[in-house]
Design a protein. Structure first.
Length: 179
C-alpha cells in the first residue's frame, strides 16, 4: 500500500473516482481542495479531500473520506487519515477537524488519532479534532450520540459491541511508501 499527498488547497488536483464503488466520488473532482490517496498496484483504494478552515489558517478540515467499497473494513481509512494528519502537522497546521456521520467513520477517526469535541455540525455530524481529549468518557459520549438515531442493524451491533469500551488504539502513521 502506498500513501501519497497529491496537493494542498487551494490548488489541489482533481480525481475522477467511480461513483459506483466510492462514496462521495463527485466531491473529488473539485480542484479547490487538497487530496491524499492510498494506492495499491497503482489503483486508488481510498481518498481524502481537505481544505483550510475559513476563519483559522492553522486548522485543516478533512472534508470527504472514501474507501473503495470492496476494501472497506481493512483499516485503510484510518491509515490514510493518520498519514494526512501527519503531513498536515509537518506543514504547520496546529489542529485538524473532521465531521463524521456514522459510528464506523467515528471509530476510523479515533483510530487515526482524532477525538470527539462534543460538537455537531448543522447536519448532525459529530466533530472530531486532533489533538483532542481521547479520554474513555469522551469517546463513549460520542458513541452514545449515535444511539439517538435511526440506525442499521450493523450500526446497532457495532455500538453494542463498544458499550463501555475504551477508545481504540491509534494506528501508526504510514510512510509514503506504505511501510
Amino acid at each position: 500500500m502506498e500513501f501519497v499527498l497529491l496537493g494542498w488547497p487551494p490548488d489541489g488536483p482533481t480525481l475522477e473516482l467511480d461513483y459506483r464503488t466510492f462514496s462521495y466520488a463527485g466531491k473529488f473532482v473539485m480542484s479547490a481542495t487538497g487530496k491524499s490517496v492510498a494506492r495499491e498496484d497503482g489503483e486508488i483504494v481510498a481518498a481524502v479531500a481537505f481544505n483550510e478552515d475559513r476563519t483559522d489558517e492553522t486548522t485543516l478540515w478533512l472534508r470527504y473520506v472514501t474507501v473503495r467499497e470492496d476494501r472497506r473494513g481493512e483499516g485503510i481509512g484510518p491509515r490514510l487519515l493518520s498519514f494526512t494528519r501527519a503531513r498536515a502537522a509537518d506543514r504547520g497546521y496546529d489542529s485538524l477537524r473532521i465531521a463524521v456521520n456514522n459510528p464506523f467513520a467515528y471509530e476510523a477517526g479515533y483510530r487515526a488519532g482524532f477525538a470527539y469535541t462534543g460538537e455537531t455540525t448543522g447536519i448532525a455530524e459529530l466533530v472530531l479534532a486532533w489533538p483532542g481529549d481521547r479520554s474513555p468518557a469522551r469517546y463513549r459520549s460520542g458513541l452514545e450520540r449515535y444511539r439517538e438515531r435511526d440506525l442499521s442493524p450493523e450500526e446497532v451491533a457495532f455500538l453494542d459491541d463498544r458499550r463501555g469500551a475504551d477508545p481504540p488504539a491509534t494506528v501508526a502513521v504510514p510512510s509514503p511508501d506504505g511501510v
